[in-house]
Design a protein around this ligand. Structure first.
Ligand code: C2O
Ligand code: CU
Ligand code: CU
Length: 461
């Protein structure tokens, strides 16, 4: 009811349009989860790929056809798989009737290949980009970024995952069979109208559009068949604005093995993991060790069923997850570095801003030298309503969290990040370095906040 909206716990988490106020319908588990195809290269002798943004039609709901957008297909996109060290060419093609861009979220690429709002492709236009993969194994993603239109294009279906693999991920003992025990999972909440359409303009909320219907990899009411073994879930919160707190309905624990940009040093045992829009986490659930495997599902904080599991009696050979996954550290030097950039996030609805300003494509807000680490302090300043979480994202790099309100981050955040949830009143320090030159965006990843100008630019020289 309405009273609930104003109680303290809700205020902590955000404005009335947020979080659990619009609850998600439970997944009934009637549709087997769609597993996106892996994108193959255009020719066997080179790492060159083609990605088309196009319109589509999909029977998502029973007996209705939804008009959608997708990459190389009707809805969402294939999974791109790159190896560290490879030089990648991507032929990007815009087959939409509106301009778009191809942004590689979390990928460390030169500014001109990053696909920010300065690099739009008009309808019918193509462009080839090229870059070398210089970062470690991680689960990243791609989506459009045209100024003021990111939310609608993502909402209608433009998003896909990028996997980076390296010699470390190749040798680690972790589940790696794509679609069998290594599962891509893109969580998005949507609102379908009576005709089964995603009428973005009709449902858009300036403070972040929240839906009542969950799609996982574009599947409504999904179920995931698994065997009694360790299963790795690569979770992406691909929603425009909704935060998810994932847990098992039995309350049992699992381990987290990766953050946005790479593996944690060791698996961290948890009962839940929270992801704000665009954050990723990789978790491993050991289905051979759970007490009961009947009626098991991944649920949200509020108890709504996100993803039921259909656990077969098949006992698969269980491996033992490596104890040591990575070598990540915030150095003493980084811990003691003075803050050289201050970012203040403030406002709500269309009044959101960064350091008192709205995005201006002609204005460079900061500069930083290529290859030089700096410490930024990001402050989420409360407003009269108490404020809300802003997921703060920086393009073209992965950063380290030095502290949250002066305190070392929890173990599960001691890894590479490109997006960080900043709570109302909180100040976080991050150590950040750019490997490449160019102009990069930093912004709130509530997509309507981004489109409303909660975004700035840094030029790396
Ligand atoms: Cu997912 Cu500007 O980013
Ligand atoms: Cu990005
Ligand atoms: Cu925001």
């Amino acid at each position: 009811g309405n009273h609930h909206m104003m109680d303290d716990s809700t205020m902590e988490h955000g404005h009335m349009s947020h979080d659990n106020v619009v609850s998600l319908k439970d997944s009934t588990g009637v549709n087997e989860l769609n597993i996106p195809p892996l994108l193959t290269s255009d020719a066997t002798d080179r790492t060159e790929y083609t990605i088309k943004a196009q319109t589509g039609k999909v029977d998502i709901l029973d007996g209705m056809t939804t008009e959608t957008l997708g990459y190389n297909g009707d809805l969402l996109g294939p999974v791109l798989q790159f190896k560290k060290g490879e030089t990648i060419k991507i032929n990007t093609i815009n087959e939409l009737d509106q301009e778009t861009t191809f942004h590689w979220h979390g990928l460390e690429v030169p500014g001109e290949a990053d696909g920010g709002p300065h690099t739009t492709l008009s309808p019918g236009e193509k462009e080839q980009i090229e870059f070398k993969v210089t970062q470690e194994a991680a689960t990243l993603w791609f989506h459009p970024h045209p100024e003021g239109k990111t939310s609608e294009q993502v909402y209608k279906g433009l998003a896909g995952l990028i996997y980076i693999e390296d010699s470390n991920s190749a040798k680690l003992e972790i589940p790696k069979e794509y679609g069998k025990n290594d599962i891509p999972l893109v969580f998005q909440d949507r609102i379908f109208d009576e005709q089964g359409q995603l009428d973005y303009k009709a449902v858009m909320n300036e403070d972040g559009t929240i839906g009542d219907t969950l799609l996982v990899n574009g599947t409504v009411n999904p179920v995931l068949p698994v065997e009694k073994e360790q299963v790795r879930l690569r979770l992406l919160n691909g929603s425009n604005a909704r935060n998810f707190t994932f847990k098992l309905n039995t309350g049992e624990s699992f381990v987290q093995i990766a953050t946005d940009g790479g593996f944690l040093n060791e698996p961290v045992t948890l009962n839940e993991v929270t992801l704000t829009p665009s954050e990723r986490a990789e978790i491993i659930i050991d289905f051979s060790q759970l007490n009961s495997t009947n009626d098991l599902s991944l649920i949200n904080e509020d108890g709504s069923i996100l993803l039921p599991f259909d656990v077969s009696n098949q006992e698969a050979d269980s491996l033992k997850t490596s104890e040591k996954l990575n070598d990540f550290a915030v150095t003493d030097e980084e811990e003691n570095m003075p803050v050289t950039k201050n970012i203040e996030l403030f406002g709500m609805m269309e009044h959101v801003e960064i350091n008192g300003k709205k995005f201006d494509p002609e204005r460079i807000d900061f500069t930083q030298e290529q290859g030089v680490t700096e410490v930024w302090e990001i402050y989420n300043k409360k407003d009269m309503m108490g404020g809300m979480i802003h997921p703060f994202h920086i393009h073209g790099t992965q950063f380290k969290i030095v502290s949250r309100d002066g305190v070392e981050p929890k173990e599960y955040e001691q890894g590479w990040k490109d997006t960080i949830a900043i709570h109302p009143g909180e100040k976080v320090k991050i150590a950040i370095q750019f490997k490449h030159k160019g102009v990069y965006m930093f912004h709130c990843h509530i997509l309507e906040h981004e489109d409303n100008g909660m975004m700035g630019q840094i030029e790396v020289k």
